[in-house]
Design a protein around this ligand. Structure first.
Ligand SMILES: Cc1ncc(COP(=O)(O)O)c(C=O)c1O
Length: 389
């Protein structure tokens, strides 16, 4: 049987896959089983930070795999310790917990928030505020944190203690803080799965002030926005706020599963022995790859991300068939006049791979996508958006 038939027969039917099998790639070019070439605009949903088979990442990962592939958290391991040091030095965080995915990073942050409340405010301050239209993961608790009813259907009862505020509505956050026993707010600064919508700066600054006022933790979900994606190492740096914890995953690993919860001054000593753990968390191969990613997200690379972002915005401004462009850095949402699924199919025919977020086209290209490939892809998007209205 061919891959597509095997998959349909044996893989759990949870994904609406495109009719495409990707067999290999190099940089921002990927190839299907017939050898057809595509410009990759989604990098495995913001994972392959430097594209497919990036040689620096490959070297770091293969060197480590030839030394030790896994040690368990019963022993010390250099890549895990060095990655934690690097993340702390680059962000001002004090401690890092490693897991294997974005959902696990958020689970950790939620546990940290409740633990912190139990030590500092009282066990009854267990409520965590999140925003409507957010996305925080698929485990039952992160699903409960996700502020979209459509994800909650069928899975009730949900984990208790999540309250949903309106994004960009400070009064809605304050109303919840003032009337409930809360410990934290968790929010994405650009709601990715929610349609690539960046939060307003005054709202974000206001939430930060409200956290001070009500003694609640400010936790930023940087699973998708982090690791250079939005034009700064982490998007909170762009907004100029000081979170108490951030969570990240996806692009951190450059293609291998890793998640991290970074804890700052208020939360650094919250986790204690036996209160949390993960068999694979801090895996040396994933961490060695992640070091090679984080070390290269420097000013020059970020300037390139912002330059490419500006290019996309200006190239699509006033383009026929395009209603709006949203997002930050190389996390871009494009609202089209025509049906987005039809537009994506046509784009794939023409050799580019954008994906979808709600009713928008979503672009998450490699941070180092060559300008020529990006320009070619944007021209194709313009043509297709003009044709399909
Ligand atoms: C903001 C955000 N948080 C959490 C998650 C969940 O991450 P994972 O799928 O790695 O568990 C995602 C995944 O799309 C995300 O975009």
């Amino acid at each position: 049987m061919m891959t597509k038939d095997l998959d349909k027969s044996f893989v759990a039917n949870t994904y609406g896959r495109f009719d495409l099998e990707i067999v290999r790639g190099q940089g921002s070019l990927v190839y299907d089983e017939t050898g057809k070439e595509y410009i990759d605009l989604s990098t495995g949903i913001a994972v392959n930070t430097f594209g497919m088979c990036d040689p620096v990442w490959q070297k770091a990962v293969t060197e480590q795999i030839n030394k030790a592939q896994h040690t368990s958290n019963l022993y010390y391991s250099e890549p895990c310790a060095r990655l934690a040091q690097l993340l702390c030095e680059k962000t001002g965080a004090k401690k890092v917990f490693f897991g294997n995915s974005g959902a696990e990073a958020n689970e950790c942050a939620i546990k940290v928030a409740r633990l912190w409340a139990s030590e500092n405010k009282g066990d009854e301050y267990f409520n965590v505020v999140t925003l409507k239209n957010s996305f925080h993961g698929r485990t039952l608790t992160t699903l409960s944190a996700t502020g979209q009813d459509v994800f909650h259907q069928y899975f009730k009862p949900l984990t208790e203690g999540f309250l949903y505020a309106e994004a960009n509505n400070l009064a809605s956050v304050e109303e919840i803080f003032a009337n409930n026993k809360c410990c934290a707010i968790i929010m994405e600064l650009v709601q990715g799965e929610g349609g690539v919508v960046a939060l307003d700066r005054p709202f974000v600054e206001g939430v930060s002030e409200l956290c001070e006022k009500y003694n609640n933790l400010l936790i930023i979900d940087e699973v998708q926005t982090g690791n250079g994606r939005c034009g700064s190492l982490y998007a909170y740096q762009h907004y100029g706020i000081k979170p108490d914890a951030i969570t990240t995953a996806k692009g951190l690993g450059g293609g291998l599963p890793i998640g991290a919860c970074l804890m700052f001054d208020k939360t650094e000593n919250t986790l204690k022995p036996s209160l949390h753990g993960s068999t694979f968390g801090g895996n040396p191969v994933a961490c060695a790859g992640a070091i090679s990613i984080i070390e290269r997200i420097d000013e020059a690379l970020l300037a390139g991300v912002n330059e490419k972002s500006n290019y996309i915005y200006s190239a699509l401004e006033d383009a026929e068939g395009i209603k709006s462009v949203t997002g930050l850095g190389l996390m871009i949402g494009i609202e089209t006049e025509g049906d987005v699924s039809k537009i994506i199919s046509k784009c794939m025919e023409r050799g580019i791979l954008p994906i979808k977020a709600k009713n928008k086209l979503r672009l998450l290209p490699a941070l180092n996508i060559p300008f020529e490939q990006l320009k070619k892809a944007i021209e194709i998007i313009k043509e297709v958006a003009r044709e399909i209205k």
